[in-house]
Design a protein around this ligand. Structure first.
Ligand code: C2E
Ligand code: CA
Ligand code: CA
Length: 689
């Protein structure tokens, strides 16, 4: 049962019990006037006859008056003095009821006598005059004679101020209200008596009854209790929600939001944030672990990673009495460790400790895993006006640098990274400009069949912009991807190539020329891409089999069903698909069959290892050729730079050859010339095999 339900149940029980108890009278208070403790004295009426007699009994008090002559004595009265100070009485206003047991017996039982009254005499300096007894206020109720009244409960609100008294003392409205705040005495008094004889006033019970707390006040108190509890619960709930929204449920570390909130306290001024340092940690190749062992192990690894990171940091700081640090999971396999007040040496020590610790085996569910991580470090002192977000961006950029530099290392953010970022931003601006001003062109790199006939050309992009001088697609394509410009660029290349084919249909058909067009890995997650290709094919009336789309092998690292679906849709259009830079990714050969590809292009680094020296290493090329042939995939070797490589690959029945040795990327007009002569450049003539 959650806290809310428990509190509501408890409050309901408390409320009903208290109201119930209140109604049963448990909270009543009593003031027994007859109790000798309270009672000061009894008195007969000042006006009473000498024949009056007061008798005190254990259970009752009785006043007996013998009226001899109605001309002299017409009253019988029992006065109870509550104090002996005529001006300072008791405050009875807190009581609610009067409980009275009284008998008034007259000599004549014919009920001619007027009722007996109970007066509470209230002293107030404004109207009371000590020399005149009647000037004390008369708050009264009355009882019929000769009727035994037992435990009669009379609300004190039924008391009234006698009108004769108001008139006699000329009392104003305010003072003519019942007032029980200073009661000096209580009187049981008859009215004018009508018979000669004995009158008796017997008082069996005289109690005032009040409540510890009135029902209205009790309800008010309960209402306040409910309100306070509600406020408490709302606050409690808010705190819980805040905690939940700041915590990563998998690792129980702070999440990005929680980390921001935690860091806010250090980002008030330069002095505070310059003490802060962030280590942005990213597990290397976590995707591969996830794919190999499944998400459950992946999740456990993330938990374990968090645990060992925290342990390592705690261990490091054990010798320092005070240290402030926090670990947060930013997303997937990205973590941030924030340290406060640490020296540069300590930062480096910790980064090294962590990297070493990660490489030790981690045991999860009977599986031994070894991991590496890339760490980027940013220090608040290096940033002019820092916010938690830009500290994170700097650390992220440094981490990116570590990754690109070969992973399993750390890098501290500095001017070099700053320069790279600035340069990338400049290139991205130049690309945007180039897109808007059509400052691109295409070159074509012939791909040769084994018999050295040109079968296809790879379409390669160049920029004519002066701002992108000496910057090739190797450099600007990744930036275009990062800044979201690549989709436009890919479509531009497709459309320009299609236009060109449409203009030279005859030549293209005659030579059965294929165009190999590079597409970014981004397109594999772009569900609109297949239909865009389809529309362009239709618009320029291009035969789909004249087109081969190249995707890099590494773009398949994060492949999922949706990507394969996109590849299948492209395949259904009739275009060919090839896997570029093959060998640089981690594709298991048996995985190849699940991709709808026709061709693999051996990355030029492997071709580059083939030479006529003893250091020649053709292993990878041989393996790829063997496997591809058994899976009936076409193979193109990229980066053929020497005659020896050309000969070697042809001998191994490699289907296609591409490289500077055969032809560099050339202008379209040169492609035409080449095709028309169907001869290779003089320098590339291969020796007879
Ligand atoms: P890639 O797809 O592997 O293209 C081949 C690259 O290798 C080309 O560089 C080409 O000039 C170079 N190359 C070919 N043979 C040799 C050789 O024997 N020796 C040497 N050293 N290099 C050789 P380029 O044109 O600079 O293109 C670089 C990369 O940029 C391409 O690699 C491709 O990934 C990307 N790219 C080029 N054009 C486009 C495009 O239109 N769209 C997209 N998305 N990417 C493109
Ligand atoms: Ca390519
Ligand atoms: Ca390539």
């Amino acid at each position: 049962m959650d806290l809310n339900t428990r509190v509501v149940i408890l409050l309901t029980l408390i409320s009903f019990s208290l109201v119930g108890l209140h109604r049963t009278g448990v909270m009543n208070t009593y003031f027994n006037v007859l109790d000798t403790k309270h009672l000061h004295s009894y008195r007969t009426s000042d006006d009473g006859s000498s024949n009056s007699k007061l008798s005190l009994h254990q259970n009752f008090v009785e006043m007996e008056c013998y009226i001899e002559n109605l001309n002299y004595h017409r009253f019988c009265e029992l006065d109870i003095m509550l104090t002996n100070n005529k001006t300072r009485g008791l405050n009875l206003s807190e009581y609610k009821n009067l409980i009275v047991g009284v008998e008034y017996i007259t000599p004549d039982t014919s009920d001619n006598d007027l009722p007996i009254r109970i007066y509470f005499r209230n002293y107030n300096a404004q109207y009371s005059n000590l020399s005149d007894v009647t000037s004390s206020k008369y708050n009264s109720v009355q009882f019929e004679p000769n009727k035994q009244i037992e435990s009669s409960k009379i609300p004190l609100s039924a008391l009234q101020v006698s009108t004769w008294w108001i008139e006699q003392h000329k009392i104003d409205f305010n003072n003519a209200q019942v007032d029980l705040s200073n009661v000096t005495s209580v009187e049981f008094s008859t009215a004018y008596l009508s018979d000669v004889g004995t009158y008796k006033i017997r008082l069996n019970q005289f109690q005032l009854q009040g409540e510890l707390i009135s029902e209205a006040n009790l309800l008010r108190a309960l209402l306040i209790l409910w309100l306070l509890s509600t406020i408490y619960l709302i606050n409690h709930q808010r705190r819980i929600l805040q905690k939940i929204s700041n915590i990563d449920p998998l690792t129980q570390a702070l999440n990005r939001r929680g980390l921001n909130a935690w860091m806010q306290k250090y980002f008030t001024d330069k002095a505070s944030y310059s003490k802060v340092c962030m280590l942005y940690i990213d597990i290397d190749d976590f995707k591969t672990i996830n794919d190999t062992y499944g998400h459950l192990i992946g999740d456990k690894l993330l938990q374990k990673f968090c645990q060992i990171t925290q342990e390592e940091v705690n261990l490091y700081f054990e010798k320092y009495k005070k240290n402030t640090n926090v670990l947060a999971r930013l997303s997937g396999d990205e973590f941030a460790l924030v340290l406060v007040n640490v020296s540069d040496n300590q930062i480096i020590d910790i980064a090294e400790c962590l990297l070493t610790r990660f490489t030790k085996e981690i045991f999860i569910d009977d599986i031994f895993l070894k991991i590496n991580a890339s760490i980027g470090i940013a220090k608040g002192e290096d940033i002019h006006t820092a916010t938690p977000i830009n500290l994170m961006e700097h650390a992220d950029a440094a981490m990116y640098h570590s990754k690109n530099n070969g992973k399993n290392q750390f890098k501290i953010y500095g001017q070099d990274i700053e320069n790279t970022i600035v340069l990338r931003k400049k290139i991205s601006n130049a690309l945007t400009h180039a897109i808007n001003h059509n400052e691109f062109s295409l070159v074509f790199m012939p791909i040769y069949l084994n018999n050295l006939e040109i079968s296809s050309v790879e379409v390669l992009l160049r920029s004519t912009s002066s701002k992108l001088k000496n910057i090739g697609p190797d450099q600007f394509i990744p930036i275009a991807e990062e800044y979201g410009l690549i989709k436009t660029i890919d479509l531009w290349v497709l459309e320009e190539t299609f236009k060109l084919i449409a203009q030279h249909t005859e030549l293209v058909n005659k030579h059965d020329l294929q165009f190999c067009i590079n597409i970014s890995s981004v397109e594999l997650t772009n569900s609109a891409f297949p239909s865009q290709v389809e529309k362009l094919l239709a618009r320029y009336q291009i035969l789909a089999n004249q087109i081969e789309l190249e995707v890099t092998e590494t773009s398949l690292i994060n492949i999922d069903e949706n990507c394969i679906d996109i590849l299948n849709q492209l395949k259904t259009l009739g275009v060919n698909l090839s896997l570029d830079d093959f060998g640089t990714g981690y594709t298991a050969f048996n995985q190849l069959v699940s991709y709808p590809i026709d061709t693999i292009k051996i990355d030029r680094t492997f071709v580059g290892k083939i030479n006529n020296t003893t250091e020649s290493d053709s292993t990878m090329v041989d393996i790829i050729l063997g496997i591809a042939q058994s899976y009936q995939l076409k193979v193109i070797a990229e980066g053929v730079e020497t005659q020896y490589q050309c000969d070697y690959l042809r001998k191994k029945n490699c289907d296609g050859l591409q490289g500077y040795h055969l032809s560099k990327p050339i202008e379209w007009c040169d492609v035409i010339k080449l095709l028309n002569h169907q001869k290779h450049l003089d320098s590339v003539a291969c020796s007879t095999l």
